[in-house]
Design a protein around this ligand. Structure first.
Ligand code: AMP
Length: 285
């Protein structure tokens, strides 16, 4: 595995991979890697792409009162995980390498970014789409792997790549969970033991709503209410609970019968830690 810090070296290394008839499998991350990230690397290998991981805690996607400065930075441990997962290139640039002092360009996707996390984190998705565009520009033609854990991000990036006609195939990958259901997240390491227990309110709420859906409930208010009750029970502070079309994220008042056609998404604070999770009604295990 090659550990690269300079964008130009990363660009050259991706070009070299393609010259030797290999497909670049881009996996953008912010580091503090866990089994969720490793599943993206496995997915790249499975789809015959060479896993190329980027680790960059992107300043432009954090709001002024968010956890940018305390976000875990664990490059050595991350490199060991990448090595074990057969990663060929690990690109870990400095912020000054990704944003020059003259930097004045942002990529913005409208519509899809307005609800859910976009509403509570203004500017967040502009930071995400800008840095993903830069990473795709460096990587060149590739497959790029994103987790459905960040469901809205996956839809936004997919839209952006289509709209800008970028030479990348976006692959969405399933959410990896702890055995008790908590979605893996780098932010889980902020949780105290008590909070770790209460954090299960997100998945429990989603599963309660999913059970109602399977019994025939079609009213959004009822389905959302089931999630909210579980958040309250676990003393989690709701940021949002929203139900919308799986592709457009457009909110709906009544859902149809089709399994997997609607996404139920939740964000909630567990102590000071903001956690997110989601489920496609009627389709997830
Ligand atoms: P992050 O490092 O949090 O920016 O995440 C990098 C990539 O890993 C994103 O595409 C995430 O959606 C994905 N990811 C994070 N957690 C999980 C998880 N539990 N299961 C699947 N993918 C994940």
């Amino acid at each position: 595995m090659e550990l690269l810090h300079s964008p130009e070296q990363f660009r050259a290394a991706c070009n070299e991979l393609r010259l030797s008839q290999k497909q670049v499998g881009l996996i953008p991350t912010m580091g503090a890697l866990h089994a969720g990230h490793a599943s993206l690397m496995a997915m790249a290998r499975k789809s015959s792409a060479v896993p190329c991981v980027t680790i960059f805690v992107n300043p432009t996607q954090f709001g002024p009162n968010e956890d940018f400065s305390k976000y875990p930075r664990t490059l050595e441990a991350d490199a060991a995980i990448c090595e074990a997962e057969g990663v060929a290139l690990l690109f870990a640039p400095a912020a000054s390498d990704m944003y020059s002092p003259l930097d004045s360009t942002r990529v913005r996707v409208s519509g899809l970014t307005e609800g859910l996390c976009g509403r509570s984190r203004p500017g967040h998705f502009d930071g995400v789409t800008t840095v993903v565009t830069k990473l795709l520009a460096l990587a060149g033609p590739c497959k790029a792997f994103f987790g459905r854990k960040d469901y809205q991000q996956l839809q936004v990036v997919t839209r952006m790549v289509a709209d800008l006609m970028l030479d990348a195939t976006i692959v969405g990958c399933p959410i990896v969970r702890e055995s008790d259901g908590l979605a893996l997240s780098s932010r889980n390491r902020y949780l105290s033991p008590d909070e770790r227990g209460r954090a299960l309110g997100l998945i429990r709420g989603l599963l309660a709503a999913d059970a109602l859906f399977r019994y025939g409930e079609r009213q959004t208010a009822e389905l959302v209410g089931a999630v909210e009750r579980e958040l309250e029970r676990c003393e989690l502070r709701k940021d949002y609970v929203e139900l919308g079309h799986a592709a457009s994220l457009e909110p709906v008042e009544v859902v149809g019968d089709a399994a997997g056609a609607y996404v139920l998404a939740v964000a909630a604070y567990c102590g000071k830690t903001r956690l997110i999770d989601n489920l496609l009604l009627g389709s997830d295990p």
